[in-house]
Design a protein around this ligand. Structure first.
Ligand code: 1SD
Ligand code: ZN
Length: 271
């Protein structure tokens, strides 16, 4: 099943090179994610993104949301109406959850690369097209182009803490083991987007985890957000194992290797 996979072959579960052989897997198909984005090869087009409700927590209207260590990542379940639309998106996309991918070392951790450069982590905000689907799971299983919309944000290691990440970082210390869940202090989604959201890359790809369904329209911001090494350390202290399980395995390097572009086009949107 899609629950039984891993990033490095831990616990005897298949690692990335074996994902294509798994049942119901599309991981060996031609339009996979993540990719290396080559700026010079991107087709520049005019366009913008429109976010609605991304400031909801700041306005005091948000409810506390939960964050879960699921053994593959830490995932925040969003409750409320966070929508994304804009140029090139065939509908209004609702944000359902966000999660992170990170490295054991600063020079790796992101899933996508920009001109060959890997960042220390990558944030994914997972949306689905509400014009066509009733839920994220319906959108994911549709295997139709653009059913799912994932927004990717690179995290760049710096000395200074990024206070906007503090609600998430505080939560991490309470979900050290797989299966742990806690509530987060209110914060707004827009506070964890880069200051410049006007330049972003767009391409058609897949989920980066099994079953690697090829129905994701990717939106990757060019500018990273900062994260301190101290804050990164809280991610690296997490375990991918349940409480009392031995040996304890740290949840690190939870990124899929880069996939071939296979002739796909990558667009750079800017105003
Ligand atoms: O890895 C996530 C996976 O956990 C799940 O959230 C899925 C959406 O159902 O999305 C992938 S990813 O492609 O956003 N990494
Ligand atoms: Zn992801």
């Amino acid at each position: 099943s899609s629950a039984h996979w891993s990033y490095h072959g831990e616990h005897g579960y298949p690692g990335p090179v074996h994902w294509p052989k798994m049942e119901h897997s599309k991981c060996g198909s031609a339009s996979q994610s993540p990719i290396n984005i080559v700026t010079n090869d991107a087709i520049t087009v005019p366009g913008t993104l429109i976010f609605e409700g991304y400031d909801i927590q700041k306005a005091g209207a948000g409810r506390p949301v939960s964050i879960t260590n699921n053994g593959h990542t830490v995932q925040v379940a969003l409750e409320g109406n966070y929508f994304m639309s804009g140029t090139g998106l065939p509908g209004k996309y609702k944000a359902v959850q966000f999660h992170f991918h990170w490295g054991r070392k600063d020079h790796r951790g992101s899933e996508h690369a920009l001109n060959g450069k890997k960042y220390s982590a990558e944030l994914h905000i997972v949306h689905y097209n509400t014009d066509k689907y009733a839920s994220l799971s319906e959108a994911v299983s549709s295997e139709k182009v653009g059913a799912v919309g994932v927004v990717g944000v690179f995290l760049e290691a710096r000395q200074q803490d990024n206070a906007n990440l503090d609600p998430v970082i505080e939560g991490l210390s309470k979900i050290r083991c797989k299966g742990d869940v806690t509530k987060l202090k209110p914060f707004s989604l827009s506070s964890i987007l880069p200051s410049d959201v006007k330049r972003f890359y767009r391409y058609e790809g897949s989920l980066t985890t099994p079953n690697c369904n090829q129905d994701v329209t990717w939106t990757i911001f060019e500018k990273p957000i900062p994260i301190s090494r101290k804050q990164l350390h809280f991610f690296r202290k997490l375990y991918e194992t349940v409480k009392d399980e031995t040996p304890k395995e740290h949840l690190v390097d939870n990124f899929r290797p880069l996939q071939k572009l296979n002739g796909r086009k990558v667009y750079l949107y800017s105003t």
